[in-house]
Write a protein that binds this ligand. Structure first.
Ligand code: ADP
Ligand code: ZN
Ligand code: MG
Length: 463
């Protein structure tokens, strides 16, 4: 039997609003436990939620970037369940009237563009965090995170392999990063993902029974968990068994999934409209405003790099893949308008050097002005291309400018012919035997003389 894999993903995105979604508490990561709390986000009786307009605008931005329809009337619903990280006993979410629906994202998967449907993107609040303390064998609750605004982005079951799921997540994250509405940091939990997977015989009309995977903390883990699960499904079915719809946890260390709980159905949650938050009309003007202030998306930036900066498709696509690199590139172009050269330096020298130093573009001390300055020195012939690369290394290590380093290390190219000739005469005199070999056609001996010249320059420069 040949099986086809079917995958749909649910991504949770924490919005970086100043305050929480229904109260004025700071929306901040890393504070002392339970310091960013109030009666509303602690779920104390009698407290009333007030909807955060910034969260609405960010959600609309997400929806527009994902080609969604922005719904004119939205509603908040209570999703009821008990867990110690949820003091109210329900999560405020959106059930049948979400802010965004019916969108799509174009994803480059296996070299071709594929359209992945977005079923919906809705607003909801995050739960708190439990800390399981081994020392005291107890669990502690931190409610700083309760009430953090989330957008849950639900995809259609349009992906056909774990690799496609990985490609979708990569494209989604890039788009979300460009929007500037979230840190999109999986390690900090500001971007989280659950994966739904099933298999069916090729050509079958209906989808197979799906399982839901949780607890993956990187895109690679999502891919590995899906690969494991696809195999498990096939083995169960081939041995005559049936897949049970359930929620499984990915165990990264063991490289396998384990059952967490039977999958609950929507009716288990007893969704009902939150009486404290009446249905809300999304004014067309709000949507128009958000649209007018939309940041540039990866595709648009790519096109602009090709059209205005005259970069090749390849170069533009590499730069655009990382917003921070793209921004750095543009800052360099603003400092000295030579996009092609700057692009070459970033792609063939800078990225390699920062990799070797385990630096990141946002944490390095090299400024766009300093890189542009160095490139100018190379272009003007003040330093050679080769010396330029060394200088870039020094710049990364010290944060100094090219001018300062050239002066300090005496790396300027000697363009005074007589000084050069004098130096070469000395070398030829000292190594007359080698010069003789070269004269007789031994080309390999040239390298030795070049080496001597380079060494002499270094000595003179006090290197
Ligand atoms: P549930 O009611 O269990 O939450 P939904 O229909 O809301 O299921 O879908 C949740 C996610 O699961 C969506 O991302 C959807 O694309 C995906 N999904 C739905 N059915 C399947 C299936 N048979 N196989 C794989 N993924 C699926
Ligand atoms: Zn609060
Ligand atoms: Mg669902």
């Amino acid at each position: 039997m040949k099986f086809e894999t079917v995958i749909g993903l649910e991504a949770h995105l924490q919005l970086k609003t100043a305050t929480k979604i229904f109260c004025g508490c700071a929306n901040r990561f890393g504070s002392q436990p339970n310091t960013n709390t109030c009666p509303v986000c602690l779920g104390l009786p009698g407290s009333l939620p007030v909807f955060n307009e910034q969260a609405l605008e960010y959600a609309i931005r997400v929806g527009l970037a994902l080609n969604c329809q922005i719904n004119p009337v939205i509603k908040f619903d209570r999703k009821n369940y008990f867990y110690p990280d949820l003091p109210k006993g329900y999560q405020i979410s959106q059930y049948d009237k979400p802010i965004c629906s019916k969108g799509y994202l174009m994803v480059k998967a296996g070299g071709v563009e594929k359209k992945i449907g977005i079923t919906r993107a809705h607003l909801e609040e995050d739960a708190g965090k439990l800390i399981h303390d081994k020392a005291t064998n107890s669990s502690l609750a931190d409610y700083n995170r309760t009430g953090t605004p989330l957008v849950e982005i639900v995809s259609e079951p349009d992906m056909r392999s774990p690799q496609e799921a990985y490609d979708y997540l990569t494209a989604l994250k890039l788009t979300l990063e460009y929007l500037g509405v979230s840190d999109c940091d999986m390690e900090k939990g500001s971007l989280r993902c659950d994966a739904n997977v099933s298999i069916r015989e090729f050509g079958a009309a209906q989808f197979g029974t799906k399982t839901e995977l949780k607890n993956m903390n990187s895109f690679k883990a999502v891919k590995s968990a899906l690969e494991y699960e696809v195999n498990r499904h096939a083995q169960v079915i081939l041995s005559g068994g049936k897949i049970v719809q359930e929620t499984l946890l990915w165990n990264e260390e063991k490289g396998m999934t384990a059952s967490m709980r039977g999958k609950e159905q929507a009716h288990d949650y007893r969704y009902f409209p939150d009486p404290d938050l009446v249905p809300f009309t999304v004014d067309a003007k709000i949507v128009a405003d958000v649209k007018a202030r939309m940041p540039e998306l990866p595709k648009e930036k790519f096109q602009r790099f090709v059209d205005s900066h005259k970069l090749s498709d390849y170069d533009a696509s590499v730069l655009v893949q990382d917003k921070k690199i793209a921004d750095f590139f543009e800052a360099c172009v603003r400092a000295s308008n030579d996009p092609k050269k700057i692009c070459n330096w970033i792609m063939s020298v800078l990225l390699k050097e920062i990799n070797e130093r385990k630096l990141s573009i946002e944490r390095m001390t090299l400024t766009p002005e300093n890189l542009a300055g160095l490139i100018k020195k190379v272009e003007e012939g003040v330093v050679s291309n080769l010396a330029g690369k060394d200088i870039l290394g020094f710049m990364l290590d010290t944060g100094k400018s090219a001018d300062a380093l050239i002066a300090e290390k005496g790396l300027a190219q000697v363009s005074d012919d007589s000084a050069l000739e004098g130096m070469l005469d000395e070398i030829f005199l000292a190594h007359a035997d080698v010069v003789e070999q070269v004269k007789q056609g031994k080309q390999s001996a040239v390298g030795f003389l070049v080496g001597q010249a380079a060494a002499k320059r270094m000595l003179k420069a006090g290197h």
